[in-house]
Design a protein around this ligand. Structure first.
Ligand code: TXA
Ligand code: MG
Length: 349
């Protein structure tokens, strides 16, 4: 169904008015995309099954993929979830509001469609002001996946959302570029030892500091990395149209391999884009180059990877070569996770 998507541009003068108008759309069962500190979310009243159904339709999202429920106050965790144990409480007290999603035992009040039939619910208290004020103005928890078409890179600006969902949703609130750039850390907090299901800005190290032991419940295709040039198709999730080739190893080896691949693909008349750490910036010319920031500061790479993939697609790039010489410490682990999932080839040097 085609509809007119309204773009709310907010400033200090109209902030309250925009929140009220957008909140009214959510209350009426509509869809509003909004910024969070991680990526833009596509929101609907989490407690209204018909409204939640529209999210799945607009995104083309498989019905078996559950949504995160966003709340504005800590009390709401207790309204939506049961059996919140001391470990989960510690995580909440330390990291919420912020880019952390907790998987908890669901209460009856959360409809099955929101959790894709699971008896658990994912809950997140965002720190972004627009996100929180929207939830308060709506008077209900908001279910929100990332506001991209299913399978595309997550949106970090209102224009990314517009490109994917214009005509399919009621409104978008423009809040500029998101701060973090990749999605929240998802942690199953039902047991005594938390399990990280998706890495994010809140790192394994951060969580260990608070609760001691942590388990890793996600894979980012180690198999593929041991096997150079192995196709990572079954891990592809965040794909741009261009083919992504991720190079890992020492900066020097990556530099040489990129030069080699540029030569090879140029001779095949491919349009090549390169995502490079700041350290390797000056080595390649005459093509689309986007910086990932310093190798020691993966937070910059996090801010840029999804928008860089979209930018490369807009320019009709065929192949994106990614310099994976940045650190895997902290948020670096999450950046590698997203890149490995996007990559159709990984080369370990
Ligand atoms: O930063 C974020 O988390 C963004 C912003 C908008 O908050 N949201 C986001 O949502 O990334 P989405 O739907 O793109 O990713 C949510 C992830 C999915 O991998 C989903 O399978 C998982 O969380 N998830 C949701 N509910 C779950 C549950 N009950 N058990 C296990 N995994 C769950
Ligand atoms: Mg998503």
């Amino acid at each position: 169904m085609k509809m007119q998507t309204h773009l709310f541009v907010q400033d200090k003068g109209n902030f309250e008015e925009v929140m009220q108008s957008a909140g009214k759309i959510i209350r009426a069962g509509g869809l509003v995309a909004f910024p969070t500190e991680t990526v833009y979310g596509l929101g609907a009243n989490a407690l209204n099954p018909d409204a939640v159904q529209k999210i799945f339709e607009a995104k083309g999202r498989p019905a078996d993929n559950p949504l995160i429920v966003h709340v504005a106050k800590k009390e709401d965790f207790f309204r939506l979830a049961d059996e919140i144990n001391p470990t989960a409480k510690k995580l909440m007290d330390t990291f919420c509001p912020g880019p952390l999603t907790l998987i908890l035992k669901k209460k009856e009040i959360v409809p099955d469609i929101t959790t894709a039939g699971l008896d658990s619910v994912a809950i997140r208290l965002p720190s972004n002001k627009i996100a929180r004020e929207l939830i308060l103005a709506s008077g209900t928890p908001i279910a929100a996946p990332s506001a991209n078409r299913s399978g595309s890179p997550s949106p970090t600006s209102a224009s990314h959302v517009m490109n994917d969902l214009n005509g399919k949703i009621d409104a978008i609130i423009d809040g500029g570029n998101t701060e973090i750039g990749i999605e929240s850390t998802v942690v199953d907090a039902r047991g005594d030892i938390p399990i990280i299901l998706r890495p994010g800005e809140i790192s394994r190290e951060d969580i260990e500091t608070v609760v001691g032991k942590v388990e890793i419940g996600y894979k980012d295709n180690k198999e593929g990395i041991k096997n150079p040039l192995s196709p990572g198709m079954k891990y592809t999730h965040y794909s741009p149209h261009a083919e992504v080739i991720l190079l890992e190893g020492s900066a020097e080896a990556i530099k040489q391999k990129i030069a080699e691949l540029i030569q090879q693909y140029s001779s095949e008349e491919k349009k090549i884009g390169v995502l490079l750490t700041e350290e390797l910036q000056d080595n390649f010319v005459a093509m689309k180059v986007i910086s990932l920031g310093l190798a020691s500061q993966p937070s910059v790479a996090a801010q840029r990877i999804f928008s860089a993939m979209r930018e490369m697609d807009m320019e009709g790039i065929d192949i994106i070569l990614v310099d994976g010489s940045f650190t895997s410490q902290g948020i670096g682990a999450a950046v590698f996770n997203r890149l490995r999932k996007a990559a159709s080839k990984m080369i370990n040097l």
